[in-house]
Design a protein around this ligand. Structure first.
Ligand code: NAD
Ligand code: LMR
Length: 329
């Protein structure tokens, strides 16, 4: 997918926190570029349609040049009609003390019907980013319910974890975030994820030569993996603007490409690095011609392998749990 002159973007959970931080940036052109006109379709539950309509009024008041129209609905079939990009944000966020796994059953019921609506109504080239948690398994459910849409069009957001890892490294090393390259988030968007710096560089120097292992193991990895809980604790609500920003980054890179660098995204595994085929797992990826490609041939030492396996085991357990609930079609 390259950016077209005009695209339909569907956002679910439009009246929520992330929706409010996301919609104005999409409408301003930050996601698809200033030359792509945007038709926004906002999906909400009936009780929140009025609030989404209020957001639509504010979008109008911004007079954004790329924004062609905003429609608000509580019907998935209309919301996904002709969608080129679908951002599945709408779901219940966790509150203090909950693990993301606790949301599995609460949110799983949303993504089957939305997958079917995407299958039946979206544009042929639709690209889907699942943000709502548990994002990887929700993406698996949506993909399983959209048999006519190629699997590689369904992705889950781990870009926020990636950005968090880059920011933590830049802060530690006293460099700019733009100087940090080659970071990877592997596995699940949960505390089991593995933020990996094995192949990372800062200003061209291997990160492994700039920081000690003890810091990586006891501070960096848990800090990044548990950052969502830290935000909930400190802010009193789950991350919103940073999540919206990561969603913009993910779709912008998917559409416009990532020449000469890689990032992280939850994509359907093709079996690379021993991750079972079909699971939606985070990998090092580059975007080429509108497709995410898993970077091949990277060094995965034993320490990394064990951590990837642990997170993948959690993804397998989530998959098995939703399969028992009959959510995989
Ligand atoms: P929120 O509660 O502020 O908003 C969620 C919105 O979704 C609400 O307005 C709700 O009415 C709506 N909604 C619920 N069911 C829906 C449905 N079936 N169709 C359409 N809309 C529906 O929550 P938030 O803070 O915006 O977070 C949304 C989701 O994103 C949560 O699951 C959260 O855990 C997740 N999240 C993921 C990441 C990530 O990195 N992947 C980061 C932050 C948050
Ligand atoms: C995050 O990583 O900030 C989100 O997934 C919210 C959460 O529940 O951790």
């Amino acid at each position: 997918m390259t950016a077209q002159s005009s695209m339909t973007v569907t956002v679910t959970g439009a009246a929520g926190q992330i929706g409010y931080a996301l919609l104005f940036r999409i409408a301003s052109g930050a996601m698809l570029g200033p030359d792509t006109r945007v038709r926004l379709r906002l999906l909400e539950i009936p009780a929140a349609v009025r609030a989404a309509e209020g957001t639509a009024l504010e979008l109008s008041d911004c007079a954004f040049a790329p924004l062609d129209s905003v429609d608000v609905t509580d019907r998935a079939t209309s919301a996904f009609d002709g969608a080129d990009v679908a951002l599945l944000v709408g779901a219940r966020p966790r509150s203090a003390g909950m693990e993301r796994g606790d949301l599995l059953e609460a949110n799983a019921g949303i993504f089957g019907p939305q997958g079917r609506a995407i299958n039946d109504h979206a544009a042929d080239g639709v690209r889907v980013l699942v943000v709502g948690n548990p994002a990887n398994t929700n993406a698996l459910i949506a993909a399983a319910n959209a048999p006519d849409v190629p699997r590689d069009r369904f992705t889950a957001m781990t870009r926020l974890d990636h950005n968090r890892a880059v920011a933590q490294l830049a802060a530690k090393l006293g460099c700019r975030t733009a100087d940090v390259e080659g970071v990877t988030i592997w596995g699940n968007h949960s505390a089991s994820q593995y933020p990996d710096v094995t192949n990372a560089t800062a200003g061209g120097q291997p990160v492994s030569s700039l920081v000690d292992e003890a810091w990586l193991e006891s501070e960096f990895i848990p800090r990044v993996a548990k950052r969502g809980a830290e935000i909930i604790d400190v802010r009193g609500a789950s991350s919103a603007a940073s999540a919206a920003s990561a969603a913009i980054d993910h779709v912008r890179d998917w559409v416009h490409g990532t020449p000469g660098r890689w990032t992280s995204a939850g994509v359907v595994s093709d079996g690379s690095y021993g991750v079972p085929e079909g699971l939606v797992s985070s990998f090092p990826v580059q975007a080429v011609d509108g497709r995410w490609e898993i970077m091949q041939g990277l060094d995965v030492p034993d320490f990394s392998r064990r951590r990837i396996e642990a997170s993948v085991a959690e993804l397998e357990a989530e998959r098995d749990a939703v399969r028992v609930l009959g959510l995989l079609g």
